[in-house]
Structure formats: structure tokens, C-alpha cells
Design a protein around this ligand. Structure first.
Ligand code: NAD
Length: 491
């Protein structure tokens, strides 16, 4: 049972505020997770002064942390990973209660992957190599070295709270930076819980600082701070624009991981059974609140009726309900505001004359009476939306997917690319030549073929167009979080 103190405990990691159980004015949040035994919490917001203190603490800690060996830093990170892993169930329940996702999803995805982030970057930092070249006629040897940059601002969203926060903290501190991190104001509890373990893990004071609160307040103070030379941000494209503007006067280094409007392309030769099962998962996992979720499914016309029949049937099997019930695949959406936003797209579908085959407005949600006011929404499948409709253009970020037929390979590539986003795409075909051809032409930072969400953290992760700037993952994160220097030695 998590019962955090009302006041910030003395903590060397400068956890600016502790969650306060009575500051959650949004009482209806309870509806998302009534069956959980955990007490709802929300950390108090940090103000400008606390952000200032956090940056100062990170600056003070930087020289000592940067001068430690990668192996030494890795040891501390691995200890932190072990401590979180030992409390996996506690973390999973808190993540579910705070975010609305099922405990099963948090237990099998969010928390294990957070642990893996820490272990992966602890280890990967031990294996980077640098470049070297010889210039014989000039008698010179050139080589590069990489140094940590300083204080990194790390800002993360609410959909995969601890997972996306550790995705940033781990590579940043493994490379020798110190950080000020800000989780989403909607889902800060597991970040707070992790802070409580940092001391025990042996992380020196000031290396990881966490500030809480809204983007407009704590977030803005952080990204516009002159002593923060780099910002790694995951969130919406709209917020990224503001962050880019606020960072521009200081020429900050930016990594922006943003929204998506991800297509799945199903060719007639696809293994339909596998394709349907995976596409339901890719469309609706975590209530559709994953930036990589499929949002538009294009199906070759000859298999379109069969695909649609199977897909709608499988979507109806994707159960939604109380997050603690292991029978449910989806829990509740993150907030009432977000639920209303996602629902408005289904309303738009009706207004535009599209067909809604299952889910919102078609099927009845079955939850216990005491959970009836929760932010639940059934997996919803829409057809008949035009490519120019907001349904096919805007990120919905909920359990709504549009399905449409196509005739030609060239046509579907154009249509898949016809949005401002370019994060991820999925291609289903047994023809390896076609898979290569299509993958090359798709405007997406990640293309999965005959699978979805298979992640090798060594490889670049990020989006094209409005889906982001830069890449993160193994070597790319190391490059982002270090400054490269070329050294020339004349002999
Ligand atoms: P958001 O942009 O509203 O908020 C993200 C974070 O930015 C939060 O911590 C918020 O407090 C902070 N923030 C808001 N305004 C700020 C400002 N002016 N200055 C500094 N910080 C500010 O996004 P969200 O609603 O929390 O998350 C959903 C979005 O995130 C979706 O668009 C989704 O696609 C995207 N996302 C992208 C990825 C990816 O890897 N590409 C992963 C997950 C989510």
C-alpha cells in the first residue's frame, strides 16, 4: 500500500515534492481503478524556484559524476534496476492506478521495460567505440572522443510513464550527464516511487532530480533554463513546437519524440490470421494510447471483406474493463478530457457518414456498477472515412482505428504517406521483394513487417516529419547525450 508522506522527505535526489494523497481533486479518477488497493496520489507541483534548485543541484553534481568510469556508473544503474524489479508488483499496481492501464500491461510491459532500460543503457555504455583515421602524408592521427554535455532536461508523457522516463534517464546518466526530469503531471507516481530508491541504489545526490507539475509551469521553467544545454522530450507535436521556440535563443540540443498516425498495410498474400491478431493488438493495446499504435489499416481489396469481418470480431474480443481484472486487455483512458477527445472522433465518423462497426455507440460496455463512471471506451472500428477526414489525418491516441480498401501498391504507399506524421508503419505480406520495396518508400522512422512493436534498443527509434527530430536508442542516445570532439595528433 502506497501511503506517501504529506511533505517531501529529506532526499538527496532532490525529489522536489512528494505525492499528496489529498491533492487529487479529480475524484472521478477513482472510477478508473476502484478495485485497486492502492491509495490515489498525485505529487504537488514544483514551482520556478524548485526547478532552479534542481538545475543547480544537477550542475553541482555533474563534474564528479562525469568523471566516474562507465563501469562505475553502470553498477549504480544496475542496482536501481534490481530495486525496481524487486518491487515490480507494487510499481505495476501504482502505474495502473495512476494511468488507467491494466495491471497486467503494467506488470508485463511498463515496469519490466523500465528495468530493462536501466540495464540496457548501463551495459551499452561500456561498449561504444569512437572513430580513428590516419593521414600518412601529413603525419597525423585523428581520433574522436565523446564527453557528457552537462545538465539534461528530460520531459515525458503520460501513456507509458516510468518506461518513457527511464528511456531518457538511463542513457543520459550512463553517458555521465546529470539530469532534471519531469514526468507528466497526470502520471507522476512511479517516478516519485523510483526517486525513493535512488539513495539505496547509491546514486550520488544531484545526479537525478525530478520535478513535478504542469508543462506550462515546471516544464517551461526547465526547457528555458540557460544552464540546461540539452532537452529530450517525448510528447505531442504541439508541445514540441513550444519547446523548440523556448530553446531556440540558447541553441539547445533537442531530441523530439512526437505523435503518429501510423498505417498498417495488408496485402492479399498476408497470413491473415497472424495479421488480424497482431493488428488488433497494435490498434488497441494500452487503450490505443501508444504513439506506435496502428491508426489506419489499408487492406488490399480482394481480402478486404474477409479481413474486416475477422478484425471486427477480434476487436470485440479485446475486453475492456476494470484494470485489476486479468481478463481485461484494456483498462480506462487517462482522463475524462482525453476520453471526450477520443469520443469526439467517433461522433465525427457518424456525422461524416462513415460506418462504425463495433465499440463506441454500437456495443455495450460491461463493467461493475461502481465503475460505471470510469473513463472506459470499447475498441472501435470505423470504415468509410475519406483520406482527407480528420479521422484519417489526426492523431486520435485512443482505441479507434479506421480501415479502408486499396487496389495498387503505388496507391497505398501514397495514401499511407499522405499525413503530416511519420513515426511507424506495419506491412503485411509474404513477398519479401515487396516488403523491401514498400518499407523503403514509406515515410516512417520504424517499419515493422509481419510483426509489431518488436524492439531492439540498439537500433534508432524516432520519427520523420511531424513525428520528431532525432533518434534515440543505443548509439543514437549515446551520441545525443555526448559532445563529440576530434583530436588531431601530428607526429
Ligand atoms: P504533451 O505534449 O501534452 O505532454 C508531454 C510532456 O510535456 C508532459 O510532461 C507535459 O507536462 C510537458 N509539457 C507540456 N507543455 C510543456 C511546455 N510548454 N514546456 C515544457 N514541457 C511541457 O503530451 P501528452 O499528452 O502527455 O502525451 C501524448 C503525446 O505523446 C501523443 O502525441 C503521443 O503520440 C506522444 N508520444 C510520443 C512518443 C514517441 O516516442 N514518439 C511516445 C509516447 C507518446
Amino acid at each position: 500500500m502506497l501511503r506517501p508522506p504529506r511533505h517531501a522527505p529529506h532526499h538527496p535526489q532532490r525529489m522536489q515534492n512528494s505525492p499528496s494523497s489529498d491533492c487529487d481533486s479529480e475524484s472521478s479518477r477513482d472510477n478508473r481503478m476502484m478495485s485497486s488497493a492502492l491509495h490515489i496520489t498525485r505529487p504537488e507541483a514544483s514551482d520556478w524556484l524548485q526547478v532552479e534548485e534542481a538545475v543547480q543541484a544537477a550542475r553541482d553534481a555533474f563534474p564528479a559524476w562525469a568523471s566516474r568510469s562507465p563501469a562505475d556508473r553502470a553498477q549504480v544503474m544496475n542496482r536501481l534496476a534490481d530495486l525496481i524489479e524487486a518491487r515490480l508488483e507494487e510499481f505495476a499496481r501504482a502505474e495502473s492506478k495512476d494511468q488507467g492501464k491494466t495491471v497486467t500491461f503494467a506488470r508485463t510491459v511498463d515496469i519490466p521495460r523500465s528495468v530493462h532500460n536501466l540495464r540496457f543503457f548501463a551495459s551499452s555504455a561500456l561498449h561504444h567505440t569512437t572513430d580513428c583515421s590516419q593521414m600518412e602524408p601529413a603525419g597525423c592521427l585523428n581520433y574522436t572522443i565523446r564527453c557528457p554535455v552537462g545538465v539534461a532536461a528530460l520531459i515525458s508523457p503520460w501513456n507509458l510513464p516510468l518506461y518513457l522516463l527511464t528511456w531518457k534517464i538511463a542513457p543520459a546518466i550512463a553517458a555521465g550527464n546529470t539530469v532534471v526530469a519531469k514526468p507528466s503531471e497526470l502520471t507522476s507516481v512511479t517516478a516519485w516511487m523510483m526517486c525513493r530508491l535512488m539513495n539505496e541504489a547509491g546514486l550520488p545526490p544531484g545526479v537525478v532530480n525530478v520535478v513535478f507539475g504542469s508543462g506550462m509551469r515546471a516544464g517551461d521553467a526547465l526547457v528555458s533554463h540557460p544552464d540546461v544545454p540539452l532537452v529530450s522530450f517525448t510528447g505531442s507535436t504541439a508541445t514540441a513546437r513550444v519547446i523548440a521556440e523556448r530553446s531556440a535563443p540558447y541553441c539547445k540540443r533537442l531530441s523530439l519524440e512526437l505523435g503518429g498516425k501510423n498505417p498498417a498495410i495488408v496485402f492479399a498474400d498476408a497470413d491473415l490470421e497472424r495479421c488480424v491478431a497482431t493488428t488488433v493488438r497494435s490498434s488497441f493495446s494500452n487503450q490505443g494510447e501508444i504513439c506506435l499504435c496502428t491508426s489506419r489499416v489499408f487492406v488490399e481489396r480482394s481480402v478486404y471483406p474477409e479481413f474486416l469481418r475477422r478484425f471486427v470480431a477480434a476487436a470485440r474480443q479485446w475486453k475492456t474493463g476494470v484494470p485489476s481484472d486479468p481478463a481485461n486487455s484494456n483498462g480506462a483512458l487517462v482522463s475524462r478530457e482525453h476520453l471526450e477527445k477520443v469520443r469526439s472522433f467517433v461522433k465525427l465518423a457518424w456525422e461524416e457518414g462513415a460506418q462504425v462497426h463495433c465499440g463506441e455507440g454500437v456495443d455495450k460496455l460491461e463493467v461493475p456498477e461502481q465503475n460505471a463512471g470510469g473513463y472506459y471506451m470499447l475498441p472501435t472500428v470505423v470504415t468509410g472515412a475519406t483520406d482527407s477526414s480528420r479521422l484519417m489525418q489526426e492523431e486520435i491516441f485512443g482505441p479507434v482505428v479506421c480501415v479502408a480498401p486499396f487496389d495498387l501498391e503505388e496507391e497505398v504507399i501514397l495514401r499511407a504517406n499522405g499525413v503530416r506524421y511519420g513515426l511507424a508503419a506495419t506491412v503485411w505480406s509474404r513477398d519479401v521483394g515487396r516488403v523491401h520495396r514498400v518499407a523503403k518508400q514509406l515515410q516512417a522512422g520504424l517499419v515493422w513487417t509481419n510483426c509489431w512493436l518488436v524492439r531492439d534498443l540498439n537500433l534508432p527509434f524516432g520519427g520523420m516529419k511531424n513525428s520528431g527530430v532525432g533518434r534515440e536508442g543505443g548509439k543514437d542516445s549515446h551520441h545525443f547525450f555526448t559532445e563529440v570532439k576530434t583530436v588531431t595528433i601530428k607526429h
